[in-house]
Design a binder for this molecule. Structure first.
Ligand SMILES: Nc1ncnc2c1ncn2[C@@H]1O[C@H](COP(=O)(O)OP(=O)(O)OP(=O)(O)O)[C@@H](O)[C@H]1O
Ligand SMILES: [Mg+2]
Length: 261
């Protein structure tokens, strides 16, 4: 499928540069080990401890297995070849003050999380079925990280499709400096966000910059950029992200956009 442009040898450099590195997963069990390998390489090259890397690899197994087993989304094929709708593995950095590696597995299945009680961490994680999310929650919490599920849109392939993203953010101990943390004006900052949202197929965007601040209007959602910060009203209250965290801000805004559709 088109879009899997970044090879493993350059993935870490791209992640360090502030980009989100996305790779498509074939619908075969081998994709689980491919994803594990990819995540291990990037996490090790970012200087994460071996314990954290091992935890992240286990989490990646659970996420990819779930996408392949339960994802069941829309697959678009041309000439018998998938051109859109395969599950995707995303890796990017967020948090200029306390950097985290965000590992996301996206699939084009309908948003399901409201149907599944959010698993509390700390419960017994050894058992039969239905333990994958509990394992993820427990490992993320133990590592001082976070995890979540939200509606999203694909990054790869010939069409942008709606689906569900399950993500885990784990702290990166090495001080990685996000390149976008340098001060940029409202105009440029809102322009970056517009570019990221358009690349995900979000239409109907109207942006205005007025010297000190900028406003972006999406269907049913407004985002402000003021004093180096993106601000928007989420379903859980007012949300914000640093200018350097535009990739993560775009993802959160897409979640709100999809929730409102
Ligand atoms: N990517 C996904 N798409 C759709 N539903 C999902 C997805 N991931 C998880 N779920 C739902 O959440 C439930 C719990 O997932 P979890 O990984 O904890 O358990 P499981 O996959 O059923 O079993 P186990 O992981 O223990 O083999 C799943 O049974 C499924 O209903
Ligand atoms: Mg599972």
């Amino acid at each position: 499928m088109s879009g899997t442009l970044i090879g493993l040898e350059t993935a870490t450099a791209a992640v360090r540069s502030g980009a989100c590195v996305a790779s498509a997963m074939a619908l075969t069990p081998a994709s689980v080990s491919d994803a594990r390998r990819r995540v291990r390489t990037v996490a090790e090259e970012l200087g994460m401890s071996s314990t954290l890397v091992d935890d992240l690899v286990v989490i990646t197994s659970e996420l990819t297995t779930n996408a392949l087993r339960h994802g069941g989304g829309r697959l678009v094929c041309h000439g018998g070849r998938p051109v859109a709708g395969l599950p995707e593995l995303w890796l990017y950095l967020r948090g200029s003050k306390r950097p985290e590696l965000v590992t996301t597995v996206f699939d084009t299945g309908d948003f399901w999380a409201s149907a599944v009680p959010a698993p509390a961490s700390g419960r017994d994680v050894i058992g039969e079925d239905g333990r994958g999310l509990q394992i993820i929650a427990a490992l993320a919490e133990a590592a001082g990280g976070q995890w979540g599920v939200h509606p999203s849109r694909s990054r790869l392939g010939e069409q942008r499709l709606a689906g569900t993203a399950v993500w885990v953010a784990l702290p990166v101990s090495e001080p990685v400096r996000l390149p976008l943390t340098r001060a940029v004006g409202p105009d440029e900052s809102i322009g970056r966000l517009v570019e990221l949202l358009r690349s995900r197929g979000v239409g109907g965007l109207i942006a205005r910059a007025t010297g000190q601040e900028a406003v972006l209007s999406l269907p049913r959602l407004t985002v402000w950029f003021r004093q180096g910060t993106y601000i928007w009203q989420g379903t859980t209250g007012r949300l914000s992200a640093d200018a350097g965290d535009v990739v993560d801000a775009a993802e959160q805004i897409i979640a709100e956009y999809e929730r409102a559709r």
